[in-house]
Design a protein around this ligand. Structure first.
Ligand code: NZQ
Ligand code: ZN
Length: 388
């Protein structure tokens, strides 16, 4: 096990009917005026907007609104929201939505006090982020873990760069998570959630760190819970207990608790997926379902013990040589994704051989990456070919 320090200051308020406490929480922290940030309108249908507005009014919190944050959020919207926040002199952000809204809130919070352009957060690695607006959020889809981590991913639509930034200052101060709100999700979004949660678990599980037995078992428990309760939800979307299990799995899968004592995760699947969704604007979960099996087939020999353990413990594969078990485990992931309706190849999203040069070029701008096997441009191309 590697040495590590673990820090996570986010207060997570979890359960039925807790969203109405947001105004009280803001008042207790002496917040007077906020930017309310949200997406394309789901919060008007599932009651979140009404509950939060009433709670703010009851606690005499003023607000200004910016809506319209799109899935795969873009830097132009971040810039617009920073202008509105500065004009109105807000002292916090209240974000209502999923990873796209949370990530935008993080970029707004950190760039609010920055003299240059908001994209500097993503493009300038040595940028010193010394101050940020506090973020209070209501999570409406459990997938990214953004509600309890310090990273954000935004696309620069002019350069098609979908890049991330991180700072301890953008951990949400408080996240409210009522799993019952997620009953309103379209089935496709629940499928995306299942795949994203599993892939966050894979990124650490397969990162090649040795002697992390507790972390392996902890991660497997979250994987099994995600698969079991994800299946329940596809037949019974309003099942509260399964929504709660999936939601907690999503938070734990990327609040970095599965990374204790590890090398920090592999992240190749995510970085290739970001290059893919920057160009094609597909859902993050759909892209991951396509890229992970191809990445796994390309690298499994470099971390055979983890792939064998995964096959045995997650899919109960006990027969065959180690190599056969590892490959059967990867095939089982593909079968599971097919069974829930996730795409598993580039052709499922109408991307062909003629398109993979452009995706490779886009991903290779930040290569090499990956801990199991450092990936260079040629490797990325080979993985995308395996994903056809
Ligand atoms: O825009 P609205 O109308 O709100 O609709 C959203 C959106 O269309 C809808 N939705 C959310 N909650 C709903 C709902 N519809 C009905 N009922 C509800 N309760 O779902 C759609 C997807 O929302 P989005 O926020 O885009 O989903 P997700 O949470 O999966 O976020 C994906 C983004 O986060 C990034 C991804 O790359 C992608 O850009 N990621 C962020 C990470 C992080 N900060 O740690 C890590 C991840 O690996 C990921 O890269
Ligand atoms: Zn992800």
């Amino acid at each position: 096990m590697n040495n590590f320090s673990y820090y996570n200051p986010t207060k997570l308020v979890f359960g039925r009917d807790i969203i109405k406490c947001i105004g009280q929480e803001l008042a207790a922290n002496n917040v007077k005026k906020v930017l309310m940030l949200y997406g394309k309108g789901s919060i008007f249908k599932n009651g979140v907007y009404d509950t939060v507005s009433a709670s703010l009014k009851d606690n005499k919190i003023e607000w200004v609104e910016v809506g319209g944050v799109k899935a795969n959020p873009v830097i132009s919207k971040v810039r617009e929201a920073i202008s509105v926040s500065r004009e109105n002199d807000v002292d916090a952000i209240v974000c209502l939505g999923g990873g796209s809204v949370y990530d935008s809130a993080k970029a707004i919070a950190a760039a609010y006090y920055h003299d240059g352009d908001a994209w500097d957060l993503f493009a300038k690695e040595d940028l010193d982020i010394s101050k940020a607006l506090p973020i209070y959020g209501v999570l409406t889809i459990s997938a990214t873990g953004s509600e309890m981590n310090s990273g954000g991913v935004i696309t620069n639509e002019e350069t098609l760069s979908k890049w991330s930034f991180g700072s301890p200052l953008v951990f949400p101060k408080v996240s409210f998570l009522d799993p019952s709100i997620q009953s309103s999700l379209p089935e496709k979004q629940t499928i995306n959630s299942i795949v994203d949660i599993l892939t966050h678990l894979y990124e650490f599980y397969f990162d090649g760190t040795e002697n992390v037995d507790l972390m392996m078992g902890y991660t497997e428990a979250i994987m099994k819970t995600t698969i079991e309760h994800g299946k329940v939800l596809l037949n019974d979307p309003s099942n509260y207990e399964s929504r709660a299990e999936l939601a907690l799995s999503g938070t734990l899968a990327l609040n970095r608790s599965t990374g204790m004592g590890r090398s920090g995760g592999d992240w190749s699947t995510h970085l290739i997926e970001h290059a893919l969704s920057a160009i094609y604007d597909i859902s993050h979960g759909a892209g991951l379902a396509i890229v992970f099996p191809a990445w796994a087939k390309y690298v499994y020999k470099d971390n055979l013990p983890a792939f064998v353990r995964f096959a045995e413990n997650i899919f109960n594969i006990k027969e065959g040589t180690d190599e056969e078990k590892a490959l059967k485990g990867i095939d089982s992931v593909i079968e599971f994704y097919k069974s829930i309706g996730a795409p598993t190849s580039l052709k499922d999203i109408n991307v062909g051989l003629e398109d993979i040069d452009a995706i490779t070029e886009n991903a290779a701008r930040i290569a090499p990456f990956g801990t199991v096997k450092p990936l260079y441009k040629e490797d990325i191309y080979n993985i995308l070919k395996l994903a056809l």
